[in-house]
Design a protein around this ligand. Structure first.
Ligand SMILES: *[C@@H]1O[C@H](CO)[C@@H](O)[C@H](O)[C@H]1NC(C)=O
Ligand SMILES: *[C@@H]1O[C@H](CO)[C@@H](O)[C@H](O)[C@H]1NC(C)=O
Length: 376
């Protein structure tokens, strides 16, 4: 440290208690300095150091509006210290204002007001309907900044647009949950026995400023049961090409055979698939049943071995040589087909099978008679 530096604190020490009264008596500002900046209504200067009492020429002081006041656009908000030790003129630039206008669910503030934050008493702002909403011309789309600096209460001047009436589904139903206006959703269902093809729901959505359903109406497609199983030694009465929900198949045994089980089964629906209510019945040869019932037993019948019918279930689709005992048991066809499978060309094969089955019975009977004659 040099001696010049040391001289200032030394001088202050010398003056001692006199230094403080001296500062108060003499103006601290040097020539060309401004004193404290002027008062501005509803505003305060922003000073980096609040203890500053003098400002050199050319200093700029900017003001901030007090709480609850907003700067009026276009009015200056700062002062500069001029060469004459005076601050430049500043007019009141802070005023009471409404808050930013409220955000409305159905409308947006017109663009011209969106960058603004000064809304004095009596100020009017306008709105535009949001996409998907339609203007109700009988209501005002304007809001006013009231005397208490609160915006006037908005009317619901824009209403949701409505989608077209959805219409009806053949063999199905349209459920409107709330309404059919923008944003709403509707759901679809089919009557029992029908499968829904398409969307199960749709919602009213925006399409180029207009509102449209997001999904078209679905189709309700009739569910068909798989082809009913044919039975050995029996026929299906009046067979149909296809069987739909609740339609039944009636089985009948060939003469000389007794039906075991239910004589009819019907088409049911499970998980959108057609399914038979149960297994088809079996046709048991009367002689086989008689075996178990000694009182009705005919002794001659027991001695005919060639007509023994296998008790295991089988699906007869081809004509078997009647006398030959069927040893290879054809497994039962599964009842779980997709009911959408082809409906055509069913009548002919099943009719052929029926004719074949009748033929089978005739030959069997002939063999039986011949055997009886031989024994006799
Ligand atoms: C403040 O707003 C009132 C209306 O509320 C207006 O008459 C007055 O001129 C405004 N003052 C300023 C400084 O803009
Ligand atoms: C428009 O507003 C009036 C007044 O609230 C109301 O009565 C009318 O139903 C509205 N019109 C529409 C289409 O919403």
């Amino acid at each position: 440290m040099g001696p010049a530096r040391r001289s200032v604190p030394a001088a202050l020490r010398f003056l001692g208690g006199l230094s403080v009264p001296l500062l108060l008596l003499c103006p601290p500002a040097a020539q060309g300095d401004c004193s404290l900046p002027p008062e501005v209504p509803n505003a305060h200067p922003t000073l980096s150091d609040h203890d500053l009492k003098s400002f050199p020429e050319g200093t700029t002081v900017t003001y901030k509006c007090n709480e609850g006041f907003v700067k009026v656009p276009g009015k200056p908000d700062s002062v500069i210290c001029l060469s004459n030790n005076q601050w430049s003129e500043v007019a009141a630039f802070c005023n009471r204002s409404c808050d930013v206008p409220p955000r409305l669910r159905f409308a947006s503030l017109k663009r011209s007001f969106s960058k603004q934050n000064y809304f004095p008493e009596g100020f009017v702002v306008e709105y535009d309907c949001r996409p998907g909403y339609r203007r109700n011309q009988t209501l005002s789309d304007k809001l006013t900044c009231l005397q208490n600096f609160i915006w006037s209460t908005p009317d619901e001047f824009c209403k949701k647009k409505s989608c077209p009436t959805p219409g009806d589904i053949t063999h199905g139903h349209v459920s409107v949950t709330t309404d059919i206006s923008y944003g709403a959703s509707i759901s679809f269902s089919c009557d029992t026995g029908y499968r829904l093809v398409g969307s199960a729901s749709s919602y009213c959505s925006l399409v180029d400023q207009a509102v449209e359903w997001s999904d078209p109406l679905p189709k309700c497609q009739e569910i068909v049961c798989p082809e009913p199983q044919e039975i050995s030694n029996g026929i299906i009465q009046n067979p149909r090409k296809t069987y739909v929900y609740q339609q039944s198949v009636k089985y009948q045994c060939n003469p000389g055979f007794t039906l075991i089980g239910e004589n009819s089964i019907y088409c049911t629906v499970k998980d959108d698939l057609g399914e038979w209510s149960g297994l088809p019945p079996e046709c048991k040869e009367n002689s086989q049943i008689s075996k178990g019932m000694p009182t009705v037993q005919k002794p001659s019948m027991a001695s005919v071995p060639s007509t023994k019918v296998p008790s295991a279930p089988q699906k007869t689709t081809t004509v078997n040589v009647p006398a030959k005992q069927t040893s290879a048991v054809v497994p039962r066809a599964t009842t779980h087909f997709r009911s959408t499978s082809s409906h055509k060309g069913r009548g002919t094969p099943s009719s052929d099978a029926n004719i074949a089955a009748i033929g089978h019975t005739c030959i069997t009977l002939t063999v039986l008679l011949m055997t009886l004659v031989t024994i006799g």
